[in-house]
Structures are given as C-alpha cells and as structure tokens.
Write a protein that binds this ligand. Structure first.
Ligand SMILES: Cc1ncc(COP(=O)(O)O)c(C=O)c1O
Length: 378
C-alpha cells in the first residue's frame, strides 16, 4: 500500500468541532450580532488568561495588531530596530505608521538577533530618534538572551514589542511569549499553530493602552461608541464573531496540539542529534510552539536539492523562515540601503523546515527524521 504524503500544513479540526462551529455560527447569524459580541469578548478573555496578560484585543490580522502596537508607542517619525530575518509584515508595520526601520542581523543558533547586535545598534547611535525594538520569536523560538534584551532596552528607555506571530504557547523562565515585553501581536493566519481563518490578537498589560487599542481597531472610536466621533487615527480591523468562534475552539485544544508538535519535534531531532546534524534547538525553553523546526543545511548541500530529494519520498517541506531577508526584498529597497547583514544573507537561503504539524503520527515524524539524516549526511 502506498504511504500517504507527509504535508507541511494541517488544519486540525474534528467532525465534532465542525458541528459545534456550525451550531454557534447559526446562533450568531440568527442574533444579528456579527462583530464585537460575546464570542469576541470570551475569546479575548480566554487568550489573555492563557498568555497571562491583563488584556487581549482581537483584530483581523497579525499585521493590523503590529500596526496598532506601534501607534500605541507613538513610533511615527522614530526609528525602530527590526530583524531583517522576518516576514514582510513586521517591517511593513513600522513603515505604515510612518517610522523608519533599522535592521538587525541574526544569529544562526536562534535565527534572531543577539544581545550584542542590539547593543551595537543602540550604542553606535543608529538614530538619535530610536524608540524601540520590534522583536520576532522566529519559528516560536524565544532566544535565551531575550529577557536580558528586554532589560537592556528598558534601561535605555526603549520599548520592546513582540511579534508573536509564530509563538503561541512558547514560554521561557515561566513567562509566555506575548507577556515578555511591552506588548505583542499574534497572528492566526491559517498556517499558524492555531487559526481563526484570518485574524490576530494583541496582548498587553496597560489599561490605557487597552482602551486606545480597542479604539484603533474600530476607526478610532473610543469606548465601544458606534456613533460618529473619531478620536484616534484607527482603521476597521475588528475580528468578526464567526472568526472568534473558531478561535475559541482552537484555543481550547491548543495545549493538545502543541503537545503533539512537541512529540514530533523530539522524534525528528533525536535522529538529527544522533547523526550530529545542526538545528535550532528549543531545549532551553519551558514550552515551544514548534511552529517551525529550523535545520541548518550543511556546507556542500543546497536547500533546493534536499527539498526535491525529500519530495521524491513524498515528504513535502513548507516555507522557510525566511528564504529572503527583508533587506533584500524589492519592496523595501531604500531601507538601510548599502548595509550588509552577512549572517542573514548566508542562513536565510541555507536552512530548511521539515513538516512538523499536530496531524503527524510518531511513525511519520520518525520517517521525516530518518529521511533528513539520509539526505543531509550523504
Ligand atoms: C513574523 C510574522 N509577523 C507578522 C505576520 C502577519 O500576520 P498576518 O498574516 O496575520 O497579518 C506574519 C504572518 O504570516 C509573520 O510570519
């Protein structure tokens, strides 16, 4: 019997959950309360409890969450440090609010910048107008240096915002991603470890910021006012009630989905360790989202040939994090022009991310680990 292909993405939903989603959607349609109703409120409450923050504000995407955070910090006309190794959305958010970006290079052990890189950027005076850092926990990996980076930034009067698009459930030193800095934005894009179709959520602890963030997602209308008074320069970035229903279903099973991903991570990396292959480890963390397992491509091999060889065995690799750093993206031409970020330039095209989903069996995870060893070592 031909084995099933091992795919990079899996939408984790049972028949029962589909039934429940359909029932709750019917109730919403019959009620006529399509936005900012009890499902959004309940989802926000449960998500804040999960992350451990005082507040959570649901929005229509991770991108709009980032933009709201930067507006809360008044980042317009300031410079924000951003890793060049990130998704388009992180850099775009700073530019959209009228800020400037100063890129940071990355360290291959975390795929994030190091404390030293942050210090150098701050101390060499990247800009007299530096307001803070928009940090990214790439693949759900929290750098072991991150708590020190937050401390260093606070001592220097800089904010640290977390782009937690990859980091649902990641935790270090007893604190969850999303509660480690001065505000965070998660994404619920369908490929993430949990989804709301499209969507995002902001987590933060400051009451005034919570109030303004709720205004910013609702055209700048404060206090759930649906009248005509616009106080803040907001946008229409609310989450719908239907999206929140899926969010509640997925959040309830997040621990279970993460446990499965963790088991698959352990099985795949056991083979890699045994063969002496190098990858980005999450062993220093309490928990990890395991959104992406980042495997370094050894010298003499290319990511492309390994991807093709695995595809021949019906093992399909998903997107990397990231293949092209932001400073090399055509759309961001002119940002930090003329600067080089050599580690990102080397490692972005020289890593692979094997399939790692909550839909994988132990058997499949072992097959992935063994296939990686075969193609990375010979
Ligand atoms: C690191 C990072 N930040 C932000 C985003 C934006 O999230 P969304 O697609 O929900 O706008 C993504 C999305 O894929 C991402 O990977």
């Amino acid at each position: 019997m031909k084995k099933q292909p091992i795919k990079p993405f899996y939408f984790d939903i049972t028949e029962e959950e589909i039934e429940s989603f359909a029932e709750q959607s019917k109730t919403i349609l019959k009620s006529g309360r399509l936005i900012l109703g009890e499902n959004t409120a309940e989802f926000e409450k449960a998500f804040a409890e999960y992350v451990g923050t005082k507040h959570a504000i649901a929005v229509n995407s991770g991108s709009s969450g980032l933009e709201i955070l930067l507006r809360l910090k008044k980042a317009e006309n300031t410079t924000v440090l951003v890793p060049t190794n990130t998704n388009f959305a992180t850099v775009a958010a700073v530019l959209r609010v009228g800020g400037q970006v100063q890129y940071l290079d990355m360290d291959e052990t975390t795929f994030a910048p190091s404390l030293q890189m942050v210090k150098e950027a701050v101390e060499k005076g990247a800009s007299p107008n530096l307001s803070g850092v928009l940090w990214v926990h790439i693949g759900g990996v929290i750098s072991p240096e991150f708590p020190q980076i937050v401390e260093y930034c606070r001592q220097n009067g800089l904010f640290v915002l977390e782009d937690t698009a990859h980091a649902h459930g990641s935790q270090i030193n007893g604190v969850q991603a999303g509660n480690l800095g001065d505000g965070s934005a998660f994404s619920f894009f369908p490929t993430k470890v949990m989804t709301t179709f499209e969507g995002g959520i902001i987590t933060l602890n400051d009451e005034e910021e919570d109030y303004i963030a709720r205004s910013l997602r609702n055209q700048g209308k404060r206090g759930m006012d649906f009248g005509g008074l616009h106080t803040d320069f907001g946008n229409s970035t609310r989450m719908t009630e239907i999206h929140a229903v899926l969010g509640r279903i997925h959040l309830a099973k997040l621990p279970q989905m993460l446990a499965r991903r963790q088991k698959c991570y352990q099985l795949i990396t056991a083979s890699l360790r045994e063969a002496g292959l190098s990858f980005v480890s999450t062993d220093h963390m309490d928990n990890a989202s395991q959104y992406k397992l980042i495997v370094h491509v050894p010298e003499g091999k290319t990511a492309k040939e390994i991807k093709s060889a695995l595809a021949e065995e019906d093992i399909f690799l998903g997107g990397t994090v990231y293949e092209i750093p932001c400073h090399q993206q055509p759309v961001f031409q002119g940002v930090c022009q003329g600067q080089n970020f050599p580690r990102a330039e080397y490692w972005c095209p020289n890593h692979i991310c094997p399939p790692l989903t909550s839909g994988m069996t132990d058997e499949e995870a072992k097959m992935v680990g063994e296939a990686l060893v075969r193609h990375l070592t010979h």
